[in-house]
Design a protein around this ligand. Structure first.
Ligand code: 3PG
Length: 400
């Protein structure tokens, strides 16, 4: 794939698609990792003397009111600080209109502007031609650095790429593909994959694909209880997807056939009722072995024996990929398993890759960010990557 290192953007208008879809609270950015991760490409384009036109979506835009709250204005402000150079915000409800064209025409080499939320144009998520053409009309070169959005085929990452002469990927996109791609296709072994999260249904293809690629697959989180039930265990009031019991049995058989280790919890942290509010720290817990779970209780985290088992598996690994929390980590009392797995990854010399979303947030909150080899900026995108799918955003830039 061609990257920003393969082109010379001096004096050219460069449209750079980033994923600035960051969480906002009262107009303040609460997690700026995606902005920081985008800086190397932006700095490179500035240093090369390009006219840098940044664009991104922010959240889902369904109503007119969303257009008030989901503006990229706070991103322009924070990027200006992070870059130490003005990122001029050029807001338009049309994203590209005559004011934007005029602003682009007035740009000098090395200047940076940011367009408004691409989803303000309804065609964006339908990959409609008119908006793709508008975007293509304001640039000479297209750079796609939005890994977090690579599983979507939208105007601003796929449609526009087809309409320009030069489309390449940025450093972040390249780094994500290198880390995730190497881990899955060419891992240094033993390769241990850890999957958590609430629902088996969200991870069906990830489980199946990773079983083929890894040496050990570890399952935790809410979805582990469907596996435990499929094994014939009592799981009480724990989360279960009855429609996926056969699937779980199939995966356990697949592991055996392929000679892979599939590790499931051997004990569980149990509670009487789900905490309300979810972060209620006064909730009472007991520990049960996985084959002796109390029928009146609900499992909400992996227990101490499981922590030991999973930590041991991580210790002997050379490559570890982790996606999804081990328990209800929003609650401090039910976050022990997730914290322990994060700590195990922080301690190992193995290549450690965190596949976005909740596990990335957990690792960063715990201060282990620097200890990981790579923390993906993609939630859905990294999961689809781990499923072995070709991502449309990556494919579009590669077709050139
Ligand atoms: C993400 O946060 O996963 C990406 O920015 C994509 O956002 P979306 O799920 O709204 O398409």
């Amino acid at each position: 794939k061609k990257s920003v290192d393969d082109i010379n953007v001096k004096g050219l208008r460069v449209l750079c698609r980033c994923d600035f879809n960051v969480p906002l609270k009262n107009g303040e950015i609460t997690d700026e990792n995606r902005l920081v991760a985008a800086l190397p490409t932006i700095k490179k384009l500035i240093a090369d003397g390009g006219k840098v036109i940044l664009c991104s979506h922010l959240g889902k835009v369904k109503t007119e009111e969303d257009k008030q709250t989901k503006t990229l204005a706070p991103v322009a402000k924070r990027l200006t600080e992070l870059l130490g150079q003005e990122v001029k915000f050029v807001p338009s409800l049309e994203v590209v209109d005559d004011t934007v064209r005029a602003a682009v025409d007035a740009m000098k080499d090395g200047e940076v502007i940011l367009l408004e939320n691409t989803r303000f144009r309804a065609e964006e998520t339908k990959n409609g031609e008119a908006f793709s053409k508008d975007l293509a009309s304001i640039c000479d070169v297209f750079v796609n650095d939005a890994f977090g959005t690579a599983h979507r085929a939208h105007c601003s990452n796929v449609g526009v790429a087809a309409l320009v002469d030069t489309a390449v990927v940025g450093y972040l996109m390249q780094k994500e593909i290198d880390f995730l791609g190497n881990a899955v296709e060419n891992p240094v072994r033993p390769f241990v994959a850890i999957l958590g999260g609430a629902k088996v249904a969200d991870k069906l293809n990830v489980i199946s694909n990773l079983l083929e690629k890894c040496d050990t697959l570890i399952i935790g989180g809410g979805m582990a209880y469907t596996f435990l039930k499929a094994k014939g265990y009592e799981i009480g009031k724990s989360l279960v997807d009855e429609t996926k019991l056969d699937y779980c049995k199939e995966m356990m058989e697949k592991a055996e056939k392929l000679g892979k280790k599939l590790l499931l919890p051997v004990d569980s942290v149990m509670i009487d009722d789900f905490p309300n509010p979810i972060d209620d720290p006064t909730i009472a817990t007991t520990i049960c072995d996985a084959d002796k779970m109390d029928a009146s209780k609900e499992g909400c985290d992996i227990g101490p024996k499981t922590i030991e088992l999973y930590s041991e598996a991580v210790k002997t690994a050379k490559t570890v990929v982790w996606n999804g929390p081990m328990g209800v980590f929003e609650n401090p009392v039910l976050a022990t398993g997730t914290k322990a797995v994060a700590a195990a990854l922080a301690e190992t010399d193995a290549t450690t890759i965190i596949g976005g979303g909740d596990s990335a947030a957990a690792v960063n909150q715990l201060g282990y960010g620097d200890k990981m080899s790579h923390i993906s900026t993609g939630g859905g995108a990294s999961l689809e990557f781990l499923e072995g799918k070709e991502l449309p955003g990556v494919a579009a830039a590669n077709d050139k």
